[in-house]
Design a protein around this ligand. Structure first.
Ligand code: ADP
Ligand code: MG
Length: 891
């Protein structure tokens, strides 16, 4: 067994404490990585893997230069890894033996403060979860870049915690080590974040301030777990965090992850892009803080009618004050990110230019408040009257920091003249000295007659007088002292010049030092304003979001919704705001929607692509928009406040999660059915598609009956099972509506208009035609359909007997394989049955039950149910692959 060198021993000792992080081990000008870390990092960062040592002792190694390490660290963090920075903590020259080294910082996805991982209009949340007796869970969330710290409690188990956690889109979640793998897995399935462990929940000194106002021990523990993790990783003070605030999740509309995704509130389903989402549509904010607040609002629509009406009424007021709104927007544009600036201040990584941004922003505040005041709106006044404009801070910055300060905080050029007497004295000395030297050149030229004589400066020799070789002869003897000889010139000094130089340099050094001290002093004073700054930031971003709502409403002709307590939905000419935006102007067909006590559920039928899903989402989006305080896309709109919205989509594509799509569909439906109340909105979009026809229909009907009898939630149910429309007779609060289509000379035209009653046809073949399937195939499908429709009528009475006949024939053929095909396919009727199984699962279900094995029927059904217009080529290949596997199994 070979023994490692003392340095590698040291490395291994340190690495053992940071198992789950890449250890960046400082060696001279490089950070080196060894062993597994090196192999992994070389791959992730695409850098060269080398080795240290020889023969058996060779150790895999790779490294990055310390001055260029940020880019590499960012790359790793973006991929969800952690990086431990290990520095030399003593001077290598003075060290006896191996230089002392220590991890000075652990950088993790949830604790980064800057770099490209931080998005302007997004928060960067770190969460902590704690588990207590009786299925209680605490959840705390912190954003280090803004100082926000929030905590809430759940009394009913993990599911709600996961949903709430997901709403933060956290980068990292801190859990106790006792957290079971099973729970971690459940959470990890929904929330894509890095997990970290922290077991220390004891209160350390400076944390008291942050948890003082929490009433319950469980909340305190939850927050402290997070704080201790931060303390351990950042090894910096936590003073920029605001005291933890408690919030009730019950104050907000519940929207689970699936619903948010289905409704594309924050990002689109397919591309996971903001473009095309509700957030994208509503975002005309002009500040980064406003952008973040808007996202928070959309994640958490309100339930309190008063608060919703407050926001709506402010939007109304902004719409009525065009000039004020334009002015406000212009003024807001000049406000920098106050939240992140104050985060930087207290974290200690602010520079003078940041402080200038802060000052410039504060200078805009009086004008902003003045503009808001001109709205003459009591809520607006109420908001601005509550906060401090931070006049004092603005004056401090105006008097202390130069208008265009240097980037570095240690090289001077930061503090204004007149701010500090001593600094002014140093600067005078510097300026006097420099004026004297500037005058020297003229004076010496005159006295020596050498016109090309120059006074210059360099770092090594300081100030000098330079004379070209050809002029040296005309210099009076002994006038200067020679200092340096160049190829074609000599450089000289005089005692007086050196004296002045010493004064200048001394003053310069002293003033730089003093400026740094003064800067730190100013920064300390700014810290005193952080809480006020953060309150100010909230108010400013609130107005930014509201002006954004006003602008979007005006541009898109939205209308102010009214709120009722009766549970009535009455929307006239409603639109889907995003679809409307995506298609050509004026092409969108508006639709009414009406629900009330006697009309709680709508069963929506209509051809594929007719607009069923769009119609359903239209209602959900109007509700979300209203409850965040925005106007809605309609000509008039009266809505109740919904406590929860559930949207479920049949046969959702969840291959990525490794669950059968039908299982997912049913699980999602279960959550909806279990949690919905009579104040909820449920959208069930073609639920039951993912299984066989009868199964699916039976389930769909049972689900509707259950909601009808036991929940009473407002429900929209779209289906392609026409058979379900007869439910209208049995469920008195259910009504049929359908999206109409018209046939025009053999071509189908989707009218996208929703009308009462049920649809008569499903137009599947026309959709196939639209999808550009081969014309030959389409024509064949039409023939088969006709045959089916006629056989269907003729044989309706014989349905029961058919399978038996086929069965007999089939067994006959097995005896004489040669003649098989032809005999079965002889008659037209049989041919239709055989082929149509590919196109019509129902027919196969009814009539050819035994011609195929169960597995084959399943495959056929899958093909039938494939929604070709909504799968990507990759997904199609994946599906074919699965079907093939299925057919191959056991055969
Ligand atoms: P379905 O759910 O019935 O299959 P969708 O709701 O997915 O149909 O709508 C299909 C497409 O039809 C949409 O992507 C949209 O382009 C268009 N569409 C839907 N509703 C309307 C409408 N009211 N006005 C105009 N186009 C619409
Ligand atoms: Mg649909």
């Amino acid at each position: 067994m070979s023994k490692h060198t003392p340095m590698i021993e040291q490395y291994l000792r340190i690495k053992a404490e940071y198992e789950d992080a890449f250890l960046f081990f400082r060696l001279g000008d490089f950070y080196e990585l060894f062993f597994e870390d090196a192999i992994k990092a070389a791959k992730e960062l695409e850098i060269t893997l080398t080795a240290r040592g020889k023969g058996e002792d060779r150790i895999p190694m790779c490294g990055v230069p310390h001055h260029a390490c940020n880019g590499y660290i960012t790359q790793l963090i973006e991929k969800g890894f952690k990086v431990a920075i290990c520095e030399q903590t003593e001077d290598p020259a003075a060290a006896k033996g191996v230089v002392k080294r220590e991890v000075v910082q652990l950088i993790t996805p949830g604790t980064v403060m800057d770099g490209t991982t931080i998005q302007e209009k997004e928060n960067n949340y770190l969460l902590s979860v704690s588990e207590f007796d009786h299925h209680q869970f605490g959840l705390a969330a912190a954003d280090l870049t803004t100082g926000e710290l929030r905590v809430t409690l759940f009394k009913e188990g993990l599911e709600d915690v996961i949903q709430e956690a997901a709403s933060y889109s956290p980068k990292e979640i801190v859990i106790p080590s006792s957290f079971s793998d099973d729970k971690k897995q459940q959470m990890g399935k929904i929330v894509k974040a890095t997990f970290s462990e922290e077991d220390d929940t004891s209160l350390h000194g400076e944390m008291t301030r942050l948890v003082d106002n929490l009433q319950e021990q469980v909340l305190t523990i939850t927050v402290i777990r997070l704080l201790n993790y931060l303390h351990r990783t950042k090894k910096r003070s936590l003073e920029h965090l605001q005291p933890a605030t408690f919030y009730f999740t019950d104050d907000f509309m519940k929207l689970d992850v699936h619903s948010k995704r289905n409704l594309e509130l924050i990002e689109t389903i397919r591309e996971k892009k903001k473009h095309g989402s509700l957030l994208w549509l509503l975002d005309k904010t002009v500040t980064a803080m406003g952008g973040r607040l808007l996202k928070q609002w959309i994640e958490r629509p309100l339930l309190d009618r008063i608060k919703i009406e407050e926001r709506l009424s402010l939007v109304d007021s902004l719409l009525g004050h065009f000039f004020e709104r334009e002015a406000l927007k212009e003024q807001l544009r000049e406000v920098y990110d106050l939240e992140r600036l104050s985060g930087k201040v207290s974290f200690g990584n602010v520079n003078a230019r940041d402080l200038i941004q802060l000052q410039k922003s504060l200078e805009r505040v009086p004008a902003i408040f003045e503009t808001v005041h001109r709205l003459e709106h009591p809520f607006a006044d109420n908001l601005i009257d509550r906060v401090d404009q931070c006049e004092g801070l603005k004056e401090l910055l105006e008097s202390s920091i130069q208008e265009e300060p240097g980037l570095s905080i240690t090289d001077g050029d930061i503090i204004r003249d007149g701010y500090n007497e001593l600094l002014d004295e140093y600067r005078d000395a510097m300026r006097n000295g420099k004026t004297w030297i500037a005058a020297l050149e003229q004076q010496e030229r005159a006295e020596t007659g050498v016109k090309s004589l120059k006074v210059g400066f360099n770092k090594v020799f300081g100030y000098y007088i330079e004379v070209t070789k050809s002029n040296i002869a005309s210099l009076p003897e002994g006038r200067y002292e020679r200092k340096q000889t160049l190829a074609n010139a000599e450089r000289y000094i005089t005692p007086e010049l050196k004296e002045k130089e010493a004064l200048i340099l001394e003053a310069e050094e002293k003033s730089e030092k003093l400026e740094y001290e003064l800067f730190l002093e100013v920064r300390e004073q700014v810290k005193g304003y952080i809480e006020k700054l953060q309150q100010l930031a909230k108010v400013i971003s609130t107005f930014d979001v509201l002006q954004s709502f006003a602008e979007v409403s005006e541009d898109n002709h939205f209308v102010k919704p009214s709120i009722n307590e009766t549970g009535t939905v009455e929307i006239v000419d409603g639109r889907h705001p995003v679809v409307e935006k995506m298609i050509d102007q004026g092409d969108y067909v508006p639709n009414d929607i009406s629900l009330n006590q006697d009309r709680e559920m709508l069963l929506i039928t209509g051809p594929n692509m007719a607009g069923k899903s769009t119609y359903m989402r239209q209602l959900a989006l109007c509700s979300v928009m209203m409850q965040v305080g925005s106007y809605v896309p309609a000509t008039s709109c009266d809505l109740p406040v919904f406590d929860q919205i559930f949207t479920r989509i049949g046969a959702a594509d969840d291959l990525a999660q490794g669950q059968s799509t039908f299982m997912v569909e049913m699980m999602e439906t279960k959550h909806a059915v279990a949690k919905a109340t009579d104040r909820s909105l449920i959208l069930l979009d073609e639920i039951g598609r993912g299984t066989s026809t009868y199964d699916g229909m039976a389930l769909a009907q049972a689900i509707m009956e259950y909601i009808h009898h036991h929940i009473g939630a407002k429900t929209l149910f779209s289906t392609h099972y026409h058979e379900l429309t007869t439910l209208e007779h049995d469920l008195d609060k259910l009504k049929n509506v359908h999206v109409s289509a018209a046939e025009d000379d053999g071509e189908v035209v989707f009218l996208h208009r929703v009308v009462d009653g049920s649809a008569d046809k499903s137009y599947g073949i026309y959709v196939a035609q639209l999808a550009d399937l081969p014309i030959e195939l389409i024509d064949r499908a039409k023939i088969i359909l006709e045959q089916l429709e006629s056989t269907d009528q003729a044989s309706a009475a014989q349905d029961e007997m058919e399978p038996v006949q086929i069965n007999e024939k089939k067994s006959n053929h097995q005896d004489t394989p040669e003649s098989t095909g032809n005999q079965v396919l002889e008659t037209q009727g049989q041919l239709a049955l055989f082929d149509s199984a590919l196109f019509d699962a129902e027919a196969s279900e009814k009539k050819v039950t035994d011609m195929y094995t169960k597995k084959e029927r399943d495959v056929l059904k899958k093909i039938e149910n494939l929604d070709l217009l909504h799968v990507t080529p990759m997904e199609a290949i994946q599906t074919i692959h699965e079907l093939q596997q299925k057919l191959k199994k056991h055969s």
